[in-house]
Ligand binder design. Sequence first.
Ligand SMILES: Cc1cc2nc3c(=O)[nH]c(=O)nc-3n(C[C@H](O)[C@H](O)[C@H](O)COP(=O)(O)O)c2cc1C
Length: 397
Amino acid sequence: MNQPVKVSEKVYWIGVNDRETALFENLWPLDKGVAYNSYLINDEKVALIDTVKINKMDTYFEKIQEILGENKEVDYLIVNHMEPDHSGAIKEAMHYFPNIKIVGNQKTLEMLEAFYGITDNFYLVKDGDVLDLGEHKLRFYLTPMVHWPETMMSYDETDKILFSMDAFGGFGSLDGGVFDDEVNLEFYEDEIRRYFSNIVGKFSMMVQNALKKLQGLDISIVAPTHGPVWRENPQHIISLYDKWSRYEAEEGVVIVYGSMYGNTERMADFIARKLSEKGITNIRLYDASKTHVSYIISDMWRFKGVILGSCAYNSGLFPSMQTVINKIENSALKNRVLGIFGNYSWSGGGVVNLEAFADKMKWERVGESVEAKSSPKAEDFKKCVNIAEEMVKKLKA
Ligand SMILES: Cc1cc2nc3c(=O)[nH]c(=O)nc-3n(C[C@H](O)[C@H](O)[C@H](O)COP(=O)(O)O)c2cc1C
């Protein structure tokens, strides 16, 4: 999309879509692309709010010039977040608008120098400071570690727009629709949760601190740097963030397994069927070697039950399961209920490592771990039934 889109009388969305990059942060699949949202406030003084990734700059400055006309320039560039997918065009912005002032906090300043060697034309703001643009007044809220040290949000007190940087944003390009009332929210909510769980979730406590700081603010529009702009129901996305960062979950079970020859997979299928017979409708069953871990973590952030299975592999976990375990540990997901199963043929390695993981995570356990020797037998399936039954009891309690 090349056209600027009006967010309010003087505020414009001037974001760009990226459908070329395969992996966000060179890690997270972008099957449906991503949008880098940037905003322009065309007041007496002109403010640009965050920029876009450098590979997507071709029409960006044209859009700005189109809004401003020939005789106006950008006065301020508000840098809410220094991650290069938003700060990438800062140097070009300084080149394009030589009088521009870069607005950020002390940590922004340090990063500007470290990333781009920029030390001049900086306008330092502290928590609660206000920048007067004429009709519009921007108040700055420092929200450290959501999910970088310098992260902050800018609140337009006139139109009640919260420019929230990466918070409340997600994957998925904006294919025509820009606002929450213009798009299929089911898709974007999934992609926002995948973004949250993989990138921001580790900093859930800082998200809670930020939400507390924003409490009481009259917010009409939430304008993040990725994903849709929330103008119809901004409280909806705020409440989802609140729920996820408190580790609240829905009834449902995510089963993930690593299997080479199908024995562990048979146990996973069996457990899934037992869960279904007991009335669980939200069951997600993943082969860890097929589905990218980012989708698996996203579902674990959504559902209360987690059941992990691995065959033994060179005295350890099956490698794709090791990836899943590492990611969960790194994300520090809390308050889940866990069942464990696995398979071996001589001295094991899968279940013992899943047990060690369980000890670290301190999640509530269900049933006795089951480790079948090669093809699972009747007594193994009995233990699988027990895991499923105990899980359902916990979920329905
Ligand atoms: C490369 C490789 C390494 C393995 N390492 C172990 C091991 O360290 N300990 C063990 O008990 N079994 C080991 N096994 C055997 C498998 O874990 C076992 O056959 C299991 O039943 C496979 O489950 P699956 O059918 O779900 O793949 C290994 C198998 C392969 C192919």
